[in-house]
Ligand binder design. Structure first.
Ligand SMILES: [Zn+2]
Length: 409
């Protein structure tokens, strides 16, 4: 199966052997089904005529150590599975968000380091284009897996990247950049080799990938690009140039008009840490927090945004750690989203001390949180905005429960 630059969102979905989120759900479903069999066998062995007939069947035997809130009835699981399979197809006016890494510090089995890909549908002669927010270690291999391990789709995805925005200099946000740039260079050369020699227009150099990052990050990567012989495919822009509207034309040109405004906003984390406020051609506004304490600068600059992607490194019991390490707890991140009246907030950048997202799920189940507007991210979670956003909170809560079950094995 092949991809070409004229692909629509729907066609790119069709290119992939399975949607990652659906694949995960299927895998978890199989696990749940096997637990159900074990449970039923156990129930038969201990059958009691009065208790079994009036109670809902539960996945009890293998998950008995989980708190009651994590137990789902067979009916609830079936209903949630139905929801997963009936997610609305994306519309051509959507933008698509793919979480390639959702963990902090070091990669783990379930969560790679920070990387979020945002892409648009192909519209008329415009190709599908992507930009990345942070590029943690393993971002390139995560991108490869996100397109189903298809070499051709992978190269097409690499060639569609126009901009990389890096929030700050910590390793879990920047270490994937060298491999990413080398693969973009390789994919661009391979693409040009496939173009007939007679098509001189197509042989013109592709637009450079714009990398926006704090100066101390750029100092290192500018040397790297020259030494690796790939400095002809990339242009480096210091973040300070995007603090005001001055770089808007530059960013707009680099992204083929998809981003109409990009503004970096200083936040409280390490020195030179920023959040991004991004306006798209379709009128949607996306805000990405990077790493930070709850920041008034984000609330002000991103007020009323369509989608807030906010870090929530710690659960609510670790407020002191969040304060000393200048990160956010779940409640603090949700508080920022509520204060800025974000239409939807997706939490990310979880401490690797949580193999699943139970602590965050418990926080999000608090009656004070508006459940419909908050979701939890997972590696390879992908959704189209706004077509699929209504299903996201319920879907991610289901995945939290399924992760709990898998972790208990
Ligand atoms: Zn950091």
């Amino acid at each position: 199966m092949t991809c070409n630059s004229e692909n629509s969102l729907a066609h790119v979905h069709a290119c992939m052997p399975k949607q990652p989120m659906q694949h995960l759900a299927d895998k978890c479903w199989s696990k749940m089904a096997s637990l159900r069999v074990k449970s039923e066998e156990s129930d038969k062995a201990q059958a009691s005529s009065s208790s079994s007939s009036n109670k809902r069947p539960r996945l009890s035997s293998s998950v008995s150590t989980l708190p009651p809130a994590s137990l789902m009835s067979i009916e609830e699981i079936s209903q949630a599975r139905l929801t997963l399979s009936s997610i609305l197809p994306p519309s051509p006016s959507d933008f698509e968000v793919t979480f390639l890494g959702t963990g902090s510090a070091v990669p783990s089995k379930n969560r790679s380091n920070s990387c979020i890909a945002i892409s648009t549908a192909a519209a008329g002669p415009m190709s599908r284009l992507r930009f990345l927010l942070d590029v943690g270690e393993g971002a390139c291999s995560q991108l490869y897996q996100s397109v189903g391990g298809n070499d051709e789709c992978f190269d097409e995805a690499l060639c569609s990247i126009r901009l990389v925005w890096i929030s700050h200099h910590h390793a879990d946000h920047i270490c994937g950049l060298p491999m990413l740039l080398e693969h973009i260079h390789r994919a661009q050369r391979a693409k040009r080799r496939r173009i007939p020699a007679t098509d001189s227009a197509m042989h013109a150099s592709p637009p450079r990938v714009m990398v926006i990052a704090p100066q101390q990050v750029l100092q290192y990567y500018e040397y790297f690009a020259v030494l690796a012989g790939i400095d002809d495919i990339v242009s480096f822009v210091p973040t300070v140039n995007t603090l005001y509207a001055g770089s808007t034309t530059q960013v707009c040109q680099a992204t083929g008009g998809i981003i109409t405004r990009l503004r970096s906003v200083a936040v409280e984390h390490c020195r030179f840490s920023y959040a991004a406020v991004i306006d798209l051609y379709s009128g949607f506004k996306i805000v990405y927090s990077g790493d930070c304490r709850p920041s008034q600068s984000i609330i002000t600059a991103g007020a009323g945004c369509d989608l807030l992607i906010h870090e929530a490194t710690f659960d609510d019991s670790m407020g002191a750690d969040a304060l000393s390490k200048r990160h956010c707890t779940t409640s603090e991140a949700v508080g920022v989203g509520t204060s800025m009246r974000a239409k939807h907030c997706v939490l990310t950048h979880f401490s690797q001390r949580y193999p699943s997202s139970s602590p965050h799920q418990l926080s999000l189940s608090s009656p004070s949180f508006p459940k419909a507007a908050f979701s939890t991210s997972f590696d390879f979670l992908r959704f189209a905005y706004p077509s699929q956003i209504a299903s996201l909170p319920r879907t991610t809560r289901l995945l939290c429960d399924l992760y709990d079950v898998m972790d208990s094995e």
